[in-house]
Ligand binder design. Sequence first.
Ligand SMILES: [Zn+2]
Ligand SMILES: [Zn+2]
Length: 299
Amino acid sequence: MAIRILPENEIQKAADSFQQPPLLFANAKNLYERRAKRLRSLAENHPFADYLEFAAKIADAQGLILQENPVEKPQTAFADVLPLNVKTLQRDAKWREYLTALLAELKPNATEQMLGTIDWLEKASNEELEQLADELLAQNYANCSSDKAVFIWSALSLYWQQLTQYLPHNANMESGEGLHHCPVCQSTPVASVIHFGLAQGLRYLHCSLCESEWNMVRAKCSNCEQAREINYWSIDSEAAAVKTESCGDCHSHLKILYQEKDPHVEAVADDLASIFLDIEMEEKGFSRSGLNPFMFPTE
Ligand SMILES: [Zn+2]
Ligand SMILES: [Zn+2]
């Protein structure tokens, strides 16, 4: 593990040698609002406007549910090592309450096709839902159809994101390796973001599940860590705020968003809206190394 979350008693030592934060936790209060707003602005004149609007409605619902039914502080303290690891965390039933609430929020304006999915999920047993959640968290995406995956993941993500607020908020960069997965929960990144402001010019990968961001040097493949054959691509221009970084070694690519070129870029929204870039990259032989919560790999 290359970025380690520090227990409380080690935090002061780390603060003394503080250079740049290796790990940034999401601010839940504005995360969903900002995402919904960005999705709606990207939906203007977009060929997939309806789907971006659907994603915005999910983000609205996540923000609402967060206010109405937040996750309480866990009774027992987290273990020191990877406390929110998707493979080991014993999640409680809260995430299923979130799923029920999300389905209720989305139902009134759902399309016929979506109603079928909502109906299935409403009738599914707890065991069935837990099993689908296990499959998604284990990255066995072929075992859960993408229409169900979007709702289940959105509920799981809302749950995981809130747990991060109960972790000690400090971390140490121990090496520049092993950074393809989130150091908090071990999930796949959505995209990377080049920050401006305090962390000017630094690259952070954004977690598709717990929404944390972790620092990784630029111009190095986030998937295989090679730097030999890195290239950047965009649809419109050299100055685009959304590009993708391809690696000739592992033949993958991951979007890279530049806050300096557009301060409103948002990992999930901009990655989803730039789907045409994925199609072009696929034609060039590069597959996505990131995961978008609204675009699961098709089986
Ligand atoms: Zn994470
Ligand atoms: Zn690579």
